[in-house]
Design a protein around this ligand. Structure first.
Ligand code: OGA
Ligand code: MN
Length: 302
């Protein structure tokens, strides 16, 4: 039986039914899922029962996995789950809600700011696949913003003004925004700022998209105040209600999104009280956005 697609709106976010991701998928189903992913950018697969291997196995259909960063993990040797999954839960290695002042908590509260995964890495994340094993009874939703629709809605003059700009991204920019700056020199040296384009074209759909995140610190070549104003304006524009889908988690949902053309953020919940066990497999993009844009923009040989 072929998969079923239930779009949330006709160009953004869809629920996918009649598929069991714990089983090998037919070529036809894989193709249909890929096409839906490129069209809707956020896909929800309800009622999945996945082992870690099955979660990862499905993710690798979309490309090679990214290894998660050390800075936010409780501490080396005490990981709650395997290293090739990002632990996005609020749990410590004893499966209890984290401490109020724990480093893990301070670090992950950054996920409540609008962002796209790993734009602070030279090669950022392509797809992220977040699996909800246990979800919060109140709050703890994940919101997604469609940055293609946000681009489409910009005035022509703004598009022209911003289309060739480059932006410096750093994880320490988003963490500083929540007041967290306690990183060692070694940690800072491991994740130096990287350049990304501000506007990109998604090859599979041909659609243009903003590429924004709370990790974005500075627009290259603009004076600091102008850079800050521009980034704030674009963030406010892109996260208007009409571009946003809110995912209300049910246990065993697998939600995947395209980091190249969406932003997301977690919403508040009582994280000192409820357990929210969500785990992410992250697929790398094919390259740094500045480098891939240059390649695509290269003039054709005569
Ligand atoms: C993530 C993330 C937000 C959430 O997994 O990359 O930002 O709602 N998650 O857990
Ligand atoms: Mn994220």
């Amino acid at each position: 039986m072929a998969i079923s697609i239930y779009p949330v709106n006709d160009r953004f976010a869809a629920e996918i039914g009649d598929v069991d991701l714990s089983q090998p998928l037919s070529q036809e189903d894989r193709d249909a899922i890929r096409q839906a992913f490129w069209k809707y950018a956020v896909l929800v697969f309800p009622e999945q029962q996945l082992t870690h291997d099955q979660h990862i196995g499905f993710a690798t259909l979309f490309g090679p996995l990214e290894v998660s960063i050390k800075a936010g993990r409780s501490d080396a040797g005490k990981l709650r789950i395997r290293e090739d999954l990002a632990d996005v839960s609020n749990l410590d290695h004893n499966n209890q809600p984290w401490g109020e002042k724990s480093r893990q908590r301070m670090f992950q509260l950054g996920n409540r700011l609008w962002h796209t995964d790993s734009s602070f890495r030279h090669v950022p994340a392509g797809a992220s696949l977040l699996y909800g094993r246990t979800v919060a009874p109140i709050g703890g939703h994940t919101e997604f913003a469609d940055l293609r629709a946000a681009w489409d809605a910009l005035p022509e003059a703004t598009r022209r003004r911003i289309q060739d700009l480059l932006v410096e991204h750093s994880i320490f920019v988003s963490r500083a925004k929540i007041g967290y700056t306690e990183f060692s020199d070694e940690e800072r040296a491991e994740l130096p700022p990287v350049k990304q384009v501000l506007v990109r074209t998604i090859p599979e759909s041909g659609r243009r998209s903003l590429y924004l995140a709370s990790h974005a610190g500075h627009v290259i070549g603009l004076p600091p105040e102008e850079s800050q104003r521009l980034l704030e304006e674009l963030m406010a524009h892109a996260t208007q209600r009409q571009f946003v889908y809110t995912h209300r988690w049910r246990a065993n949902d697998l939600v995947m999104w395209d980091n190249r053309c969406t932003m997301h953020r977690g919403t508040e919940f009582d994280d000192l009280r409820w357990k929210r066990d969500v785990q992410r497999a992250t697929v790398s993009d094919i390259g740094n956005s500045v480098e891939t844009a240059r390649r695509t923009a290269a003039p054709l040989a005569a």
